[in-house]
Design a binder for this molecule. Structure first.
Ligand SMILES: [Zn+2]
Length: 445
């Protein structure tokens, strides 16, 4: 059965009332303690729900049953559940998709390893199912289903859970970003320096971590969660709050899906731990820690990819690169990502304004322009990491393409920033002229 067919059948069955996955997920806040003793998490992060609770909690501290339910579910799950309870059966829109679209999506998948892969187009062609479709295909392509004897239905169920727990209303941190990071990860896993040494377990971990690394992202950053006393901030004691949540939620879904239940316990524990280590590495606050170690390895030429620990470290670096590779894409795609991430920042700024909080850096639409945010991000975060990645891969065609795109895109943003400045100077001059003219007119009237 082709991946697209599997994906299609699964989506239809999810919409039927007897589908287990939906029922299991609606149970919400179940904390499942696995044999490893790790706590998994299936609790929602949507900030508005918590604000409503904070503002409407009765003096006794009692919260109404309806609100309790909301608190237990992420916004996505609450939305699906409430529609279902009101008897609204979701449209199985894939039924209506023209076979041409699936044909085009299938054609795109034949070029999934190319750097100019258009994930936005792919998402449209798969009717918003880019993450599930891409992952099914990549698991097949890398022989993971056969190697780990995975059950396709369970795999599909797990991927649908992951995809649906991304917030589609986030301009940036949504399932399309996850699909984009996974596609980039696939490209990096194919780099000759790395591909030669990777085991099927490394590949599965790399792809899973990429797909789930931002799951249930609330669209606001860690400082926002800390200053609003969000339950996740206290749960993780203000350390890698979002990343810990992404990891624990992933474990929750992995266990619910039963995808790996047939594997030895020690292996499941190892997968859960490594997924955590990979996802936690995407915390941008830990950038220097990883850069310093990567530089030291390159300077000392002591990376040995036969060593599982070294391979894991390179997977962490690869995931970090995949997560912030937007500026290394072709301009047309890179620009779209830049606009989306800035829109998410500005939304946080608006929310902070409404809540009478100090507006976070980069979140003030009046002061922080897209070009200035992007130039700073490229110079201080993206370039240093990709310079080290280039040293590691030894300038492969992909690395050269990415570095060229990065240089060109930065130049384009610089040009736009200059234009913006000259426009605002023109505007300022114009305003001054207007003021002078008005005052002269008043004087002469
Ligand atoms: Zn991300």
């Amino acid at each position: 059965m082709s991946c697209l067919m599997v994906e299609r059948c699964g989506t239809i069955s999810l919409d039927s009332p007897d589908q287990n996955a939906l029922c299991v997920r609606m149970q919400g806040d179940e904390r499942v303690r696995g044999q490893a003793g790790l706590l998994s998490e299936r609790r929602g992060s949507y900030p508005f729900i918590d604000f409503r609770l904070l503002n409407t909690t009765a003096p006794s501290g009692e919260i109404g049953t309806k609100k309790k339910v909301k608190r237990l579910l992420s916004f996505q799950r609450y939305f699906h559940a409430s529609r279902l309870l009101r008897g609204i059966v979701p449209q199985a829109s894939l039924h209506l998709l023209d076979e041409d679209y699936l044909g085009q999506a299938r054609h795109m998948l034949s070029k999934v390893g190319t750097w100019n892969f258009d994930i936005f187009l792919f998402d449209r062609l798969t009717n918003g199912n880019s993450l599930v479709t891409l992952l099914c295909h990549l698991f097949n392509l890398h022989g993971l289903i056969h190697h780990f004897q995975l059950d396709m239905v369970k795999l599909h169920r797990f991927l649908v859970m992951i995809q649906e727990d991304y917030h589609s209303q986030n301009p940036y941190h949504n399932a399309v970003h996850a699909a984009d990071v996974t596609q980039a990860m696939h490209c990096y896993l194919k780099e000759p320096k790395l591909a030669h040494y990777l085991t099927p377990l490394d590949i599965m971990l790399g792809l899973m971590a990429a797909a789930a690394h931002d799951v249930d992202h609330p669209g606001v950053n860690q400082p926002f969660l800390i200053k609003t006393k969000h339950h996740l901030a206290s749960l993780y004691q203000n350390v890698s709050v979002l990343e810990n949540h992404h990891w624990r939620s992933t474990i929750g879904m992995l266990r619910e899906s039963g995808l790996l239940a047939h594997l030895p316990v020690e292996m499941i524990q190892d997968v859960e731990q490594q997924l955590g280590s990979l996802i936690l590495a995407t915390d941008i606050n830990r950038q220097n820690e990883f850069l310093t170690r990567m530089k030291a390895h390159s300077d000392n030429r002591d990376l040995s990819l036969e060593d599982a620990n070294h391979r894991h470290f390179i997977l962490q670096i690869a995931l970090k690169c995949a997560d912030i590779c937007n500026p290394c894409r072709v301009w047309e795609m890179s620009k779209q990502w830049s606009e989306k991430v800035c829109e998410e920042f500005y939304r946080q700024g608006d929310l902070e304004h409404r809540l009478h909080l100090e507006i976070s850096p980069l979140c003030n639409q009046q002061k922080d322009s897209i070009p200035s945010i992007q130039i700073g991000f490229m110079s201080f975060i993206v370039e240093p990491l990709f310079v080290e990645w280039s040293r590691f891969t030894e300038n492969t065609p992909l690395t050269i393409t990415m570095m060229n795109n990065l240089r060109k895109n930065k130049g384009t943003w610089r040009g736009l920033l200059l234009k913006q400045h000259s426009n605002s100077e023109d505007n300022a001059a114009q305003t001054n002229e207007d003021k002078i003219r008005t005052s002269l007119e008043v004087d002469h009237s």
